[in-house]
Design a binder for this molecule. Structure first.
Ligand SMILES: NC(=O)c1ccc[n+]([C@@H]2O[C@H](COP(=O)([O-])OP(=O)(O)OC[C@H]3O[C@@H](n4cnc5c(N)ncnc54)[C@H](O)[C@@H]3O)[C@@H](O)[C@H]2O)c1
Length: 320
């Protein structure tokens, strides 16, 4: 075992729960402190709930006192910060989402500045780029956020980078910037998550609603691959200090084609209804994951149809 205590924020959510499970199963650390306010996530997402390596803490990271209390109780080495409010909520409640995302980042960085832990691995999102209009996006691409969610995430990234430049001896970070994640445990909110929505619609013989004539394209990464990328980053602190890594497959897929793949795997007819776009919708995202591959030897390796099958198995089990 190489590391002591690793704290994961947003551990009851989609990606955070997969990361928590992998950290525990990999034996890379002594304990995982899983923190979440359960506003969106559920502890039931964790497959390692009974593990003696897991410490669960229900707390609001946007409350600086609640956060500080956790560090007073445990000697934490690394924080993996994944807690977020979702993009769709930023359309209806932009102020809350912006404040939640930016306040959490500020609180975590302040704890680090005050010496409460050593390394921060913090999650960004490909949404910070806005629509790329055919350009392949990498770590150096321009940020053009189109939603309050995306601008809050961009602000959080910049706050982290600025803290590291200002408090050089205190702040060590890695920014992880994943493209769209898919896989089991994603919450099915209205308007979010094409894959669970398609499975739900086709299972119920209802039409799947798609914007932009189904032409919207995204670069989909299987959630367990993203969690594995974080483990690789943790293992190699000297190669990842104050770096930003895009996590992407480099293969953009049209929503229409994804729906067809799902319908075929489910042996259901393709039933699509085209609807108007949401404000701020990003139409094209394709990432370049070469940097993390050349530095750490990491690439997402889950085969697309295998990933979809895992989703179908999981989401059909949840249906009434
Ligand atoms: N899902 C994707 O496709 C995707 C793509 C790129 C980047 N990301 C980023 O990855 C990270 C994880 O995303 P996700 O999809 O797992 O999100 P999620 O919504 O499934 O999980 C986020 C968790 O954070 C918790 N949370 C929210 N506010 C909190 C607060 N104030 N205090 C404590 N907990 C709080 C929620 O209860 C939830 O369990 C986020 O930073 C997100 O921006 C996600």
């Amino acid at each position: 075992m190489k590391f002591g205590y690793i704290l994961v924020t947003g551990a009851a959510g989609f990606i955070g729960s997969h990361l928590t499970d992998q950290l525990i199963n990999s034996g890379i650390c002594e304990k995982v402190i899983a923190v979440d306010n359960l506003s969106m996530g559920t502890w039931d997402n964790l497959s390692t709930l009974g593990s003696d390596k897991l410490i669960r803490v229900e707390a609001n990271i946007a409350n600086s006192e609640e956060l500080s209390r956790i560090f007073d109780m445990y000697d934490v080495d690394i924080v993996c910060h994944l807690a977020t409010s979702p993009l769709v909520l930023s359309i209806t409640d932009p102020v809350f989402v912006f404040e939640n995302i930016v306040t959490m980042q500020k609180n975590i960085l302040e704890c680090q500045r005050n010496g409460k832990f050593k390394k921060l691995i913090t999650f960004s999102t490909s949404e910070v780029y806005g629509s790329s209009d055919g350009v392949v996006l990498s770590e150096t691409s321009l940020l053009k956020p189109q939603t309050p969610y995306a601008s809050a995430k961009a602000a959080a990234d910049m706050l982290t980078e600025s803290y590291a430049k200002t408090f050089t001896d205190k702040i060590e970070y890695t920014i992880v910037r994943p493209f769209n994640n898919y896989g089991p445990r994603k919450r099915v909110l209205s308007g979010a998550g094409i894959i669970p929505q398609a499975i739900k619609a086709f299972a119920a013989h209802e039409p799947l609603k798609l914007v932009d004539n189904g032409e919207t394209m995204r670069d989909f990464v299987f959630v367990e691959d993203t969690a594995r990328a974080v483990i690789e980053i943790i293992k190699k602190p000297e190669l990842t200090k104050n770096e930003l890594f895009v996590i992407a497959t480099g293969v953009p897929r049209k929503m229409k084609d994804i729906s067809i793949d799902i319908a075929k795997l489910m042996h259901r007819p393709i039933n699509i209804e085209y609807v108007p776009s949401r404000p701020g919708d990003v139409s094209y995202l394709k990432g370049n994951g070469r940097k993390i591959h050349s530095k750490l030897g990491f690439s997402p390796d889950t085969e697309w149809l295998e990933g979809l099958k895992a989703c179908i198995e999981y989401y059909t089990r949840l249906l009434p």
